[in-house]
Ligand binder design. Structure first.
Ligand code: IYR
Length: 221
């Protein structure tokens, strides 16, 4: 019979009042998170970023393959290269590649092809998804539910960034192939998200948006 390495696990448990209080507090805390596009250049200790990435990497994944690589870019030269290539693509997006409806949907965000945050933020976390693993002997081992897994890990990442009192932007320059080249990533990895991280700029402004109510997002059966 196969022996499995199952170990004891005791989840934290709380009485119902504490659960309610903790849940409300966590909701209120998470509901304060906003995407920002203006960053302070104030430095952030690298150790904080590393712990944030460990949190992201603690997220569940298909067959526990952890099919992600988080590239942390702080080198100003590499940030500049990324900005130049992202702006080239975004220029095309805003000048013909994005259909009218998309541009209309983005209008209230005030975005355009200029991406100064790619140099201003102290860190760019470039998340890659690993379609398969390459074993030391060169053979391929497939990964499962890669997009779902990396999406969940990015959710953990954004929550950890917010928990640290830092700000982030989930940026998706499109297409993102230039990130593979600039960061010299192997053939089994694909760029997934580009996340500038740092302190929000002083007096930063964000769009005045409303979130959907529980009734709009939740159906009870
Ligand atoms: N990638 C472009 C356009 C853009 C698309 C969506 I969907 C957004 O929520 C925001 C922007 C850009 O970064 O400007």
């Amino acid at each position: 019979m196969t022996e499995y390495n199952f170990i004891e696990y005791t989840p934290e448990s709380y009485d119902e009042n504490s659960m309610l209080k903790k849940s409300k507090e966590f909701y209120e805390f998470m509901n304060k998170r906003r995407t920002v596009r203006d960053f302070s250049s104030k430095p952030v200790p690298k150790e904080i970023i590393e712990i944030i990435i460990l949190t992201a990497s603690s997220s569940p994944s298909g067959a526990h393959k952890q099919p992600w690589t988080f590239c942390v870019v702080s080198d100003p030269e590499i940030k500049k290269q990324i900005r130049i290539e992202a702006e080239k693509e975004e220029y095309e997006n805003y000048h013909g590649r994005m259909p009218k409806e998309w541009l209309e949907d983005l209008a209230y965000l005030g975005t355009d092809w200029h991406k100064p945050f790619l140099e201003a933020a102290p860190y760019l976390i470039v998340v890659f998804k690993k379609l398969y693993d390459i074993l030391p002997d060169g053979t391929r081992r497939t990964n499962y539910y890669v997009t779902e897994s990396v999406g969940i890990a990015c959710g953990f990442l954004l929550a950890a960034i917010h928990n640290a009192g830092l700000a982030a932007l989930t940026h998706t320059p499109s297409p993102m192939g230039f990130l593979t080249e600039i960061l010299n990533r192997p053939e089994n990895e694909r760029p997934f998200l580009l996340i500038p991280v740092g302190y929000a700029a002083e007096n930063v402004k964000v769009p005045g948006l409303k979130r959907k109510s529980l009734n709009e997002v939740c159906m009870l059966y």
